[in-house]
Design a protein around this ligand. Structure first.
Ligand SMILES: NC(=O)c1ccc[n+]([C@@H]2O[C@H](COP(=O)([O-])OP(=O)(O)OC[C@H]3O[C@@H](n4cnc5c(N)ncnc54)[C@H](O)[C@@H]3O)[C@@H](O)[C@H]2O)c1
Length: 337
């Protein structure tokens, strides 16, 4: 039996394309809205699927969600998963404050308002643990920790979160995930994320240059993120309405140096050069608590960084991605072209 109808914005991207394939596999109906900033090859396999509908549009435009939802004779979407945006601090830096704000903050309001008008039950927002910035006392940050953005990207995500949290009691319930840094392969793999990027550089250059080696970050496999988002879509409304969840695992809290060790385990010939230069931008150094998502949604990860390194290396060695150094696999480089 066909399950509920889900509308995904930014569904042709890294997370959205894998989420779409998993929702279709689980018999959901999916409407996907994307302006195809990085092309649309990632969603070609879904085109002939009877439960799939693609609507090319820019979600900064005012009527897009309403128009996309009405195109097919399907029920009103149960939920909107809002992934579209200018993603990552280098990409936001490249487009500048005004554009980043339009895509990440104003668009979130526009998409949310249309969702509420349509009678959608749930609005899932993709935020980031970058919002925490540096954790000054060294303790793991929880959803209640004050935010301390270190980049324009995080500032836009916080502004969008603040808007959504004022809508807690709206008919359309906001649910906010702060994802850890993702890794792993998807139909639109990104190579501008630490684990994937290190594997690519070690594989192609046999050489890694590491800045801020001791800085801690938090990492999660893309397939676990997709599982977590679907758990959020399926959870009882009372558990998720107006809630923020860090999405990841304590086992994914690593320093860059730890990640290098995972790379060396599989590519011991890699020459590693450490540079302790600090430069403006994304100066994160944090450990994250994932106690809440485990307690409330029962979420636990199934894959770890070593699985991710092996998977990315396999994709590269087998030639599954023809030219992984192409700019299309890096958000900032592609956007500034
Ligand atoms: N990948 C991560 O590590 C990570 C971590 C934390 C949060 N997130 C969040 O998850 C979401 C998805 O990230 P991703 O890595 O899949 O990004 P991505 O850049 O691969 O995908 C974004 C997609 O949105 C589309 N898009 C952008 N602006 C649009 C607009 N105005 N209208 C329609 N489509 C538009 C792009 O064409 C692209 O397909 C983002 O909101 C991001 O901030 C990602």
């Amino acid at each position: 039996m066909t399950k509920r109808h889900i509308l995904i914005t930014g569904g042709a991207g890294y997370i959205g394309s894998l989420l779409t394939s998993e929702l279709l596999r689980q018999n959901y109906r999916v409407t996907l809205v994307d302006s195809l900033l990085f092309g649309g090859e990632s969603i070609l396999p879904f085109l002939s699927h009877p439960n799939f509908h693609f609507f090319k549009a820019d979600v900064t435009e005012p009527r897009v969600i309403r128009d996309a939802a009405a195109k097919k004779n399907w029920q009103t979407p149960h939920a909107i998963v809002h992934l579209a945006g200018i993603v990552g601090f280098p990409a936001c830096q490249a487009v500048g404050k005004q554009v980043a704000w339009k895509y990440n903050v104003e668009a979130t309001k526009t998409v949310f308002d249309q969702s509420a008008d349509l009678g959608v039950d749930r609005f899932v927002f993709a935020s980031t643990y970058s919002n925490y910035g540096l954790s000054e006392d060294g303790k793991p940050v929880t959803e209640a920790t004050p935010l301390n953005p270190q980049s324009l990207y995080a500032e836009t995500k916080i502004a969008a979160e603040e808007f959504l949290l004022t809508q807690k009691d709206a008919s359309c319930a906001p649910l906010l995930f702060r994802f850890a840094t993702l890794y792993g392969i998807s139909p639109r793999t990104r190579f501008d994320l630490i684990v994937n990027q290190f594997v690519l550089e070690a594989f192609t250059k046999r050489h890694l240059i590491i800045y801020q080696r001791g800085y801690s970050r938090s990492f999660v496999h893309i397939r676990d993120v997709v599982r977590g988002v679907i758990m959020g879509l399926e959870a009882e409304q009372s558990k998720v309405r107006g809630e923020v969840f860090n999405l990841g695992t304590e086992k994914g809290n690593y320093s860059k140096n730890d990640i290098v060790n995972f790379i060396l385990k599989r590519m011991p010939e890699t020459v590693v050069e450490y540079k302790d230069l600090t430069f403006g931008g994304d100066m994160r150094d944090i450990t994250v608590s994932f106690e809440k998502i485990k307690r409330v949604l029962g979420f636990e990860t199934t894959l770890d960084v070593d699985n991710g390194v092996r998977e990315v290396l396999f994709a590269l060695k087998s030639g599954l991605i023809k030219d992984p150094t192409d700019d299309r696999y890096r958000n900032a480089q592609f956007i500034v072209q």
